[in-house]
Design a protein around this ligand. Structure first.
Ligand SMILES: Cc1ncc(COP(=O)(O)O)c(C=O)c1O
Length: 386
């Protein structure tokens, strides 16, 4: 049995100082904007209108634009995806301290949102691409389980159909953390209308930046109504508070940024696809990109490369020495982080991926020539380890 100390001993933190010392020119997750002029016009409109927040016209336009793109009945904007996940879990009214199954191979916010909603989390393992392993989920469900939180990472999609079947058969709520998922399509259509709700991030590092922000999508009118109240302190009118809520509203400036970028989504995906194709061709084996399936259409927001575990740290360092800040995303796995480190789940595939993955820079300010250069440096780092 693995103890907390065993787990901690294997974590290799990356010192911030080593990143700033090498002042990287290429960084994973640098924000971009495709139509700055349009954004500035919208900012001017906001200033002219004097309506800065509280469900203003920009927020409403963003929500209807996004609902149409997600092909879903309701889209509710929030201040960030983390709060979006918390509000969904809380508005679903799951029994206190019931269990929610979630992968550990995710950003820590997925797990925090469960614990902060007075629920117990149970970590499940993932498949070779880092997406929830449905057989594992089936195995972990017991009488105390109330929900599954599946995570659509890297611009890829979980097996949404099978997850919906499992959730229905076991009468469980199903929430998708689709923080990376704007613009992703499965064979059944765009992400957005699956499970009870999906939550997308508009953080500056995502394909649609709102500086900060999040979008919740749901086909349930009741859930949407509860979420709209909950993001605004529970206010149902000027003086009437109908439920417990918080302040999770998106401001008009954030909505303007998100809407402007959303209008350019197809261009952003097309650019990312070209960069992905460049890396796919240039990165040498045994390293390998995690790729979408044939029936899946990615937004290519992340270029996640599986490296041989014994080479990954050397490649990371070599890239940094050459001005490239790649990320071990995700690392070290939420189950190895301090607040969760005493847990006993065995997650072999998660542990393996956490030792192998490096995400390479992509996005609007990376050109094909940049990607070729980064791949060349990557390959030379890889060669040094053989
Ligand atoms: C998988 C995942 N879930 C949730 C979040 C949290 O999103 P936000 O920063 O909008 O709160 C992130 C952010 O990177 C993420 O990667």
């Amino acid at each position: 049995m693995m103890t907390k100390t065993d787990r901690d001993a294997t974590v290799k933190p990356l010192a911030m100082s080593s990143v700033s010392k090498n002042s990287p020119r290429y960084v994973v997750g640098r924000p971009g904007i495709l139509n700055q002029q349009r954004f500035l016009e919208r900012v001017q409109d906001i200033l002219n209108s004097g309506w800065h927040t509280n469900d203003g016209p920009m927020v409403q336009e963003l929500e209807s634009f996004a609902a149409a793109r997600f092909d879903v009945r309701n889209c509710i904007s929030v201040a960030n995806a983390t709060l979006g996940l918390e509000l969904v879990l809380q508005c679903l009214r799951l029994p206190r301290q019931s269990k929610v199954i979630v992968p550990s191979f995710t950003f820590v916010a997925s797990a925090h949102s469960i614990v902060r909603s007075d629920l117990q989390l149970v970590f499940c393992d993932v498949d070779e691409r880092g997406l929830v392993d449905c057989d594992e989920i089936d195995r972990l469900i017991d009488d105390e389980t109330s929900a599954i939180m599946a995570v659509n990472i890297y611009g890829l999609a979980c097996d949404t159909e099978r997850l919906e079947y499992i959730a229905k058969r076991n009468r469980l709520a199903l929430v998708f953390d689709s923080a990376h998922g704007i613009g992703v399509r499965t064979q059944f259509g765009p992400l957005g209308g699956h499970g009870n709700a999906e939550v997308f991030s508009l953080h500056a590092t995502k394909i649609i930046s709102g500086f900060e922000g999040g979008l919740i999508t749901t086909n349930s009118q009741d859930l949407a109504n509860a979420l709209r109240l909950a993001r605004n302190f529970g206010f149902s009118g000027y003086d009437c508070v109908a439920s417990i809520g918080t302040n999770a509203k998106l401001s008009e400036i954030h909505a303007a940024m998100a809407l402007t970028n959303f209008e350019e989504l197809d261009k952003a995906i097309a650019h990312n696809a070209t960069i992905f194709a460049t890396y796919l061709e240039a990165v040498k084996t045994p390293a390998r990109l995690i790729s979408p399936l044939a029936n899946e259409s990615s937004n290519y927001q992340y270029v996640a490369v599986k490296c041989p575990a014994q080479s990954r740290e050397r490649i990371l360092e070599h890239l940094l020495q050459n001005g490239i800040f790649a990320r071990r995303y995700f690392y070290p796995g939420v189950h190895r982080m301090e607040p969760y480190g005493a847990r006993l789940e065995k997650l072999p595939q998660t542990d393996l991926l956490c030792e192998q993955i490096l995400c390479l820079p992509t996005g609007q300010d990376i050109s094909i020539a940049d990607a070729e250069y980064i791949a060349k440096v990557f390959n030379s780092g890889l060669e040094q380890t053989f």
